[in-house]
Design a protein around this ligand. Sequence first.
Ligand code: PMP
Length: 366
Amino acid sequence: MSKFWNKKINEAEPYVAGEQPKKGQKVIKLNTNENPYPPSPMARAVLRSFDVADLRLYPDTNGTEFIDAVAQAEGVKPSQVFAGNGSDEVLALCFQTFFEREENTDLSVLTPEFSYSFYPVFEKFYGIRSKKIPLREGMVVDAEDYIGVPNCGIVIANPNAPTSRSISTEDIRKICKGSPDSVVLIDEAYAEFADPYETAVSLLPECPNLAVVRTTSKSYSLAGLRVGYAIASEELIEGLKRARDSFNSYPTDRLAQKIAAAAVKDVKYHEECIKKIVKTRTYTQNELRALGFEMPDSSANFIFARPPKGIDAESLYINLRARGILVRYFKTPGINDRLRITIGTDEEMQTFIAAVKEEVSNAKDS
Ligand code: PMP
């Protein structure tokens, strides 16, 4: 609290990001869903050839080079793409642009009860009413639960985080058609890791109320660059630009635009990287299940696992941390019996599994 902060900031409940180890600290970092592999070699090539003198000039507001690369890859018009400083910023702008403040409506934004923990932060900060929709058995989002419920917007992460489960494009179609006067925001931060890959972008020609938000942070290994984007109808993108230009006209910088464009164009490298992670995910799930852990099949680059009886998730998180292995633990009731584990390299996951084996056997002995 501070007398120098306004009421809104005094009352804010900011998002708490996963722990970032200090420079030089050696850890196996499986706590923030980063990609364990380096970005495309094309990103390095951009850095090498970049003329520092260009930094003298402001960047292109829209990030045209990057937007064109995304439009080409997704088969949409460049005017249907919007780039921002990480998808967190794009999501924040979507909440401000598409959802009504509580003084103007009695309606709420619908989100799954357990989902990305930034959504409730945005809702509170922007004064938006929120209604949490419980998950079904197996932590599944059921499209029917979002139909016929009055709302001023719907936000679903697909695959959902931290549950790792996905819903079908057909279900998203039903949700969009069920609320034609609201914007349906589909956060596809992890979509590329689903097997088979599906994207709601294919629904855009028939769903003018759909906004798909993506990031280069996960499958493109560029979390440090901060480039996220939205793909939607021109009408929705125009709204986002109005919000952006009322806040910061240059959300992505010159270097970020070039590097992100190069990464998106390197389709082969991207696919190879995803394949490796999906393979390692299968290995990790199998090993953990053999040790008595329970988890749904993951569609993301992380798994959400409940330790076997007799092992408390929080204690396991603390013990792994003491061994230099960081995973994510949420204290939230309803999911506080699980750990969210990012998929690292094969070697990292072998070390992780060996550590978990020891923890399980220590717990049995005690
Ligand atoms: N959406 C979801 C579901 C996430 O888990 C994350 C990562 N914390 C983000 C969006 C934001 O990613 P970024 O800002 O790095 O694009």
